[in-house]
Each structure stands twice: as C-alpha cells, then as structure tokens.
Design a protein around this ligand. Sequence first.
Ligand SMILES: NC(=O)c1ccc[n+]([C@@H]2O[C@H](COP(=O)([O-])OP(=O)(O)OC[C@H]3O[C@@H](n4cnc5c(N)ncnc54)[C@H](O)[C@@H]3O)[C@@H](O)[C@H]2O)c1
Length: 454
Amino acid sequence: MATEPKAGAKSMKDVLLAKLTERKAIIGVVGLGYVGLPLALEFARAGFHVIGYDVNKGVVDALMRGESHIKDVPGADVAELVNAGKFETTGEESRLRDTDAISIAVPTPLAKTRDPDMTYVIAAADAIARNCHPGLLIVLESTTYPGTTRDLMQPKLEAAGLTVGEDVFLAFSPERVDPGNPTWNTKNTPKVVGGITAACTEVASALYASCLETIVPVSSTETAELVKLLENTFRSVNIGLVNEMQIVCDKLGVNVWEVIEAAATKPFGFMKFTPGPGIGGHCIPLDPHYLAWKMRTLNYKTRFIDLASEINSEMPALVVQRVAQALNDQRKPVNGSRILVLGVAYKRDIDDMRESPALDVIRLLEERGAEVVYHDPHVASFREDGHERLSVPFSDAELGRADAVVIITDHSSVDYQRVVDVAALVVDTRNATAGLRKSGKDTNTKAAPDMALA
Ligand SMILES: NC(=O)c1ccc[n+]([C@@H]2O[C@H](COP(=O)([O-])OP(=O)(O)OC[C@H]3O[C@@H](n4cnc5c(N)ncnc54)[C@H](O)[C@@H]3O)[C@@H](O)[C@H]2O)c1
C-alpha cells in the first residue's frame, strides 16, 4: 500500500508528469487495430518511445517490417518510426513492465445475446495487472458500459497491492476516430479524459496533451464512458429517425432526399443525417447496446436505443423488398436473377466490412434464390460463413449482365454515370445516382427505378 510521500520526496504523480513533459516516459499501446495503431504512432511522433503490444502475431510482425494493416495508416509512416527506434511491437506481455503509461484499445464486441463481450478488456487488464508497477498510468480507450473502469479494471490493479490515484493512475478516454475522414484525425479530434481520482485525470490529460491538440477533462470515468455512448447513441437514434422518414416518404410518394436537403438549409436547430441500407462498423450498431445492457441491470429500459436499433436493423430487408419490387416491375422474379451489389464496406471510401449491412442484403437476396456478385474498389475479397467472395471487375460486361445493380455503399471512385448508362435496373440506397440520367436520353427520363417500397 502506498504511503504519503516523505517531505521533499516526489510523489508518483510528479515523477510521471515530469517523465511525460520530458518525453522520457515509455508508452505502451495494447491492441494495434483501427484505434490503437494511429494512437501509437501519434505518441511516437511526439517523441516518446512506444511499445505496441498485440496478441495477433501477424500484426506484430508485419508492423515491425513497416507494413500497415490499417488503410488510414501508411506503411511508410510505420517504417519511418520503427527505423527511428521510436516504435516497436511485441507479442510478449512482459514488455508492458517497461512502460510508464498504457492505452488500451482492444475490441468490445457484443455476444450473440447482444450483451457486452468483455473478454478482450478482461484479458488486457489481467495482462497489465500481471506486469503492473508503481508509477504506471493505465487508460482504457475501448468503448464500454459506464462503470467498467472502476468496477472491472480498478479491482484488478488493487489486487496487485497498488492504490489507484497514489501508486498507479487509472482513467477512461474514449476514442473518436472516424475512419476515412480527411479532416478529423487522432491528433486534431478533441480528447475526453476522466480519471478515477483527480490525480488520475491530471496525469492522463498530460499524457494526451503531449501529442493531441485539445483535451477535455471530465469529472469521472463514468462520465467519460457515457460521453462516448451518448455520441454513438445520438447517431444511432438520428439515423433511425431518417430511416423511418424514408419509409414515411416512400409511402407518401415524396423524395426523402429532397426533404432532407431542404430541411438542412435551416441554419439552426437541424442536423443532417441520411438514410441508408442499415448501419455498420464497430461502433454505431454495437455501442448503444452497451448502455442498454447496463440500464437493464438497473431495471430501466432504454426505449430510444431499442427503437432505433429495431428500425435500423430492418433496413436490409427493406432494400431486398425494393429490389424484388423493381424486378417485379420488369416481370422478373428475384429467384434466378443476377444481382450486382455495388459497395460492401459499411461506409464510403473505407475497406471496413464489420457489421456491414451489405452482408445482410446479400444473404437475404440469396435466400430468395438470387445469384449475387459484388464489386467494391476497397474490398478485393471477403469471407463470410466460411465462403470466400471475390470482387468482380467494374465493367460494362458485369453491369450489363446483372438484372439489377444495388448500390449499398457510395464509394466516391465509382463512375455512377456508367452504372446508370449500362445497368438494366439500379436500386440506389445512397442517392449516389442523384441527378444522373441515361446518356443521350431526354432530361425527363428516370435514371433509376422508383424506390417505392413494396
Ligand atoms: N474502429 C473505430 O472506428 C472505433 C472508433 C472509436 C472507438 N472504437 C473502439 O475502440 C476499441 C478498439 O477498436 P478497433 O476498431 O481498434 O479494434 P480492432 O479489432 O481494429 O483492433 C483491436 C486489436 O486488439 C488486439 N487484441 C485483442 N485482444 C488483445 C489483448 N488481450 N491484448 C492485446 N491486444 C489484443 C487485436 O489483435 C487487434 O489487433 C473498441 O472498443 C471500439 O469500440 C473503435
């Protein structure tokens, strides 16, 4: 147990703050994925020596060779920092003992029951507890339910005989990375930090202030955990709202995109969200369920979360209904039709397929007997249910062979005029073909079929 520092002796906090200021601290990053790798490189660029620890040996070895598995992170950046001796990776958890501050960015998926799967956070916390030492700062960045840092992490550290806030420092700081965003990145996106004690918040803020532009300290770990859940619940609920507005507009025969664009001209009190084929990625479909689960344990039902999730998860089936209706209008059944799905990543200009609604659309179309192929300029292949699929070329031959082209992801490099010109039928869930007409046709000709729901 820690004792008060003797007069004249520096506290653990002061020692760590000095190491951070002088860039003498060694920083550990646990989990080198979409979140952890860019963060590790920011620390290294700020002048720290960074040890990245990951349980995936392939990732560890590739990074040491200067190869990046994350699209937004160029391999050349990794190689430069590895060669400069600023960044190294390891699969040995004992190397965590060499660090002064650790950020944890391991996955927080949902179990099949839609309850939080804390396996990765627990494994990371146990590895750190086994290698913990006085003077260490630990920051959890993985999105999780309120209470995780205090109820799950703190006891593991204290079981090692260390007092949080005196011997070691513990905080939560949500990651806000937006893959593919050309403006906002790890460095310039404000960083919220909440510690178990005021000293924890101070030290964790100092860590991030050393390499990020804006730090937003909050009063507790629970506040910081909830900030992230509010942000992503806000998105989920608003996407659910516009998805419902799309259904409403279809039933009323009104163009939802025109309604949204006109509403977005209001300079105050309105924020634009757009409908689509469903939500995807590691965050929006999952994170609100962490909060819903936590509130269920307190006998409270989070109705907005549940409703938004219900509407958003129905969207792939609505897309399939549209395809069926559009084919039907051309006297074709879904069964036996060849469907080209354009874009399978969960959002524009990225290669991430996690939770992508394209997977549901493809599965539902195949259940109805369609022959489904896909093209995605960012996803050359993917494996689902043990079956590997390869992207077909973007060619007149493929566009022309398809009975319908279904635009699921509106990647900016795709030539949508070509799609409209060559495809027999286009079902556009993203408004990517807005304003496009078949070349050579008069301006009243419709490019795509009516999107009315069956
Ligand atoms: N990807 C995003 O856009 C995003 C944005 C904000 C927040 N988040 C959150 O950040 C966290 C990490 O997400 P991600 O997208 O970076 O995940 P990811 O799957 O890309 O990377 C996680 C990495 O952690 C490694 N790992 C797993 N268990 C480990 C362990 N016990 N010890 C060391 N390494 C381990 C994996 O091998 C993998 O390389 C999640 O909680 C997620 O919700 C993600």
